[in-house]
Design a protein around this ligand. Structure first.
Ligand code: PLP
Ligand code: COI
Length: 361
């Protein structure tokens, strides 16, 4: 399969610098988009072709576009960080490219070569580098590569045409409260994904499946839902858009990858960062009863959520049917904050990148 070269068609109408700077002063999450996007087509028999970097613009969609009906769509999320010397680097783009291939396989879609995925992200960040927020804070440029079926028709089958795109959005804290602990509703009846399903693929359907439970959590005064396994309704899996970690003193534990939760790149990175800092780090099954009991007996000292968008976010209040408790007194825990700083230091380039995770542009 040949890798198409990305043809550049820079925008003649980029946002004026003063307006861009105003956005960068308080970007929020996913509300503003940069001046360009990358598009690459795939057609059966022809493969990947027509790779372009073009001005950011709406797409024209046929009402019978197969994605609108059958949801053959996948996406990724990764960030570009401004380094101390003013240069820009992305964090583990290869890991996102590989997960994108796994998601594509699960959804019966063509696999974009890893080098094309990375080249597309690089091209967009290079072109829109002025949109990467200043060094030092936790702001970054969030990249959203995605692919969907572009064939028109109503037959249920893998499409014969796809469109891959990368768009970018300057990002501050995912949660409006910043590092303020989030509250969690433990959903004991609604599940996000099932064994043999597509829970470990990053596909729109999983997020659609999470929205009703998320709305119910909001009614109960919680920010997020923690999903349990779909068979025993007992084992903690993850949140709708983040993985979970449990802190037992000097040991951090994250739920084992069962196939129905997403293999987060932040989750994976933290297993290593924690060991580098001298903590024990392991993957294990954790039940909700154990979560509650270990908090009550004081052995479970902190809980946090992690993901590209959310970075590391402490968990404060936890509610389940008939019970409610606080993790680490409702305050961000010490281990949580140490890991958060250590990871952000690597991403911002203020700590040594001993694992070769940063991809300089
Ligand atoms: N779980 C889900 C369902 C997600 O959407 C995400 C976000 O990408 C994560 C976990 C965390 O994954 P990552 O650390 O790769 O961003
Ligand atoms: C990410 O962290 O990149 C995600 O895709 C999660 C989503 C909830 C924004």
């Amino acid at each position: 399969m040949t890798t198409p070269t990305i043809e550049l068609k820079p925008s003649s109408h980029p946002l004026p610098a003063a307006e861009r700077e105003k956005i960068l002063a308080g970007p929020g999450f996913g509300r503003h988009f940069t001046d360009h996007m990358v598009t690459i087509k795939w057609t059966e028999g022809r493969g990947w072709h027509d790779a372009q970097l073009v001005p950011y613009a709406p797409l024209s969609i046929d009402p019978a576009n197969m994605t609108l009906h059958y949801a053959q769509t996948i996406f990724e999320g990764l960030k570009a960080y401004r380094q101390a010397d003013g240069s820009v680097a992305t964090f583990r783009p290869e890991a996102n490219a590989e997960r994108f291939q796994r998601s594509a396989r699960r959804l019966g879609m063509p696999e974009l070569p890893v080098e094309t995925f990375i080249a597309a992200c690089d091209a967009l960040v290079r072109q829109d580098r002025d949109w990467v927020p200043a060094h030092g804070g936790e702001e970054s440029l969030y990249l959203r590569p995605f692919m969907f079926a572009s064939e028109v028709g109503l037959g249920v089958k893998p499409a014969n045409e796809y469109l891959f795109l990368v768009i970018a959005s300057p990002a501050g804290a995912y949660f409006p409260g910043g590092v303020k602990p989030v509250s969690i509703w433990l959903s004991e009846d609604r599940v996000r994904a099932v064994p043999g399903g597509m829970g470990d693929a990053k596909t729109g359907g999983n997020y659609a499946a999470s929205l009703l439970a998320q709305a119910e959590a909001a009614e109960k005064g919680c920010d997020q839902v923690a999903y349990l396994d779909a068979v025993e309704h007992k084992w903690v899996e993850e949140l709708g858009g983040m993985n979970l970690y449990f802190v037992y003193g000097n040991k951090i534990v994250t739920p084992t990858l069962t196939g129905s939760l997403l293999a987060g790149i932040t989750r994976d990175s933290l297993l290593t960062v924690a060991r580098d800092l001298g903590y024990e780090a392991e993957e294990a099954r954790v039940s909700i009863d154990q979560w509650q009991a270990d908090t009550e007996n004081g052995t479970l000292t902190e809980v946090f959520a992690c993901g590209t968008a959310a970075v590391i976010t402490p968990v404060g209040t936890v509610k389940r049917k008939g019970a409610e408790w606080q993790q680490s007194g409702g305050e961000p825990g010490e281990v949580t904050m140490k890991l958060r700083e250590a990871l952000l230091d690597i991403q911002r380039g203020t700590a040594q990148d001993t694992h070769g995770w940063m991809h300089p542009l």
